[in-house]
Structures are given as structure tokens and as C-alpha cells.
Design a binder for this molecule. Structure first.
Ligand code: TYD
Length: 207
């Protein structure tokens, strides 16, 4: 089972992934946690190039291609082999981030992006995508208290477009997504995520 986590910066994805990993381990599942961009040696090097504050000149298409180069490596080296062994894969961001950030945020052509993503992933799609729904204002407020990277220093209008992009994606494929109100406590959010997973995979539900 391949589960991805999406949402605005500062929406608490990392915390929730850790909590879900612990839950699944307790249920006796094998779990692999990974993230984008990164998750492989090559991918982590690409991540450094993408996030480097000195790379102010990076063109939007360069950025898009680099995210997808890191993605190919992650899919082929880590995710696909794990899924073949029936390991639960939890991934912090995946292809939807490219559509939301590079497509809606940076206004790249969505149809072209979809073709690039298909090429990069070899057609691999998540079974479930958790969207941690938090207003761009609140996400930015939380992020500003944190260490900033090149991709964080966008205006509010950029993050509003990203949010609208996610809502479009959810509307197009509601079966794959579960939308979670991320303004609540971490325990409440965790419970909702577990419930969504149990619906997808009844074997996990308590008798
Ligand atoms: P990161 O520090 O991991 O942020 P977060 O904790 O919010 O996930 O940085 C990842 C950044 O990269 C984040 O701002 C979203 C962005 N991103 C894209 O723009 N496109 C993509 O395809 C991916 C995977 C991430």
C-alpha cells in the first residue's frame, strides 16, 4: 500500500507520518517512510540543489525537471521494490506536489506536467493521499518560526494558488484523497488518518 501526504508547508505532515508509522508498526505491518525531494543518495543531492538559497536564478522548468529526476530515483530504487515486498510506504509529498507547486504555483502547463510525471514515475500512483488542510496564512505563520529554504520564500498569493491547485486535484479524483482539517490537535488529526486508512484497508480495522 502506497500512502502519500500532501498539504501546505507547515501543515504537520512529518509529525503525522511518524504517528502513522508507529500505529502501523504496532499493527504488525512493515513500514517504510520516505520523502520528496530526497529519499535516496542521488535524490538528497538534488534536494540540496533545489533548496539552496543561493540558487535564485533557477528557472521554473529546471526546478520541475529536478523534482522529477529525484522522483524517478526514489520510485525505482526505493518505493517500487518495497511495494513488491508488501511493505507499507508512507511518502512525505509526491507527484501531486509538482502539479500544485510547479503547475498552479509557478503556472507551468498542467498537461505537460502530467506527461512528465507519468514519465518520471513510470505510471506509479498512490493508493491513498492524505491532504492536511491548513490555510496558507496559518501554514506561513508556522513556517516563519522555522528555518527557511529557497522554496519557502514565496508570497501569500503563490500559496493561495497552490492551495487552489490541491482542491482541483481532490475534485478530479476524490476516491484517492482524504481531506483532513489540520488546524486541530495532532491526536485528532491522527485518528482521522487512521480511520481513512481502515476504510481503504478493512483488515486494519478493529473487530
Ligand atoms: P520541505 O522542507 O520538505 O517542506 P515541507 O516540510 O513543506 O514538505 O521542502 C519541500 C518543498 O518543495 C516544499 O515547499 C514543497 C516543494 N515541492 C515542490 O515545489 N514540488 C514538488 O514536486 C515537491 C515534491 C516539493
Amino acid at each position: 500500500m502506497f500512502v502519500t501526504f500532501e498539504g501546505s508547508d507547515g501543515s504537520g505532515k512529518t509529525t503525522q507520518i511518524q504517528m502513522l508509522e508507529n500505529y502501523l508498526l504496532n499493527e504488525g505491518q512493515s513500514v517504510l517512510v520516505t520523502r520528496e525531494p530526497g529519499g535516496t543518495k542521488i535524490g538528497e543531492r538534488i534536494r540540496k540543489v533545489l533548496l539552496d538559497m543561493a540558487h535564485k536564478q533557477m528557472h521554473a522548468r529546471t526546478e520541475t525537471i529536478l523534482f522529477n529526476a529525484a522522483r524517478t530515483q526514489l520510485v525505482e530504487q526505493v518505493i517500487r521494490p518495497a511495494l513488491l515486498e508488501n511493505i507499507f510506504v508512507l511518502c512525505d509529498r509526491f507527484a501531486d506536489s509538482t502539479v500544485a507547486y510547479q503547475g498552479y504555483g509557478r503556472k507551468q502547463n498542467i498537461v505537460e506536467l502530467e506527461r512528465l510525471i507519468e514519465f518520471a514515475t513510470g505510471g506509479l500512483r498512490p493508493d491513498l493521499t492524505v491532504y492536511l488542510d491548513l490555510s496558507p496564512e496559518e501554514g506561513l505563520r508556522r513556517k516563519l518560526a522555522d528555518h527557511l529554504n529557497r522554496l519557502d520564500v514565496q508570497g501569500l498569493s503563490f500559496y493561495r494558488r497552490v492551495e487552489a491547485g490541491y482542491h482541483q486535484l481532490i475534485e478530479q479524483d476524490p476516491q484517492r484523497w482524504t481531506v483532513i482539517d489540520a488546524s486541530r490537535s495532532r491526536d485528532q488529526i491522527h485518528l482521522d488518518i487512521v480511520r481513512a486508512l481502515q476504510q481503504k484497508l478493512p483488515a486494519l480495522a478493529p473487530n
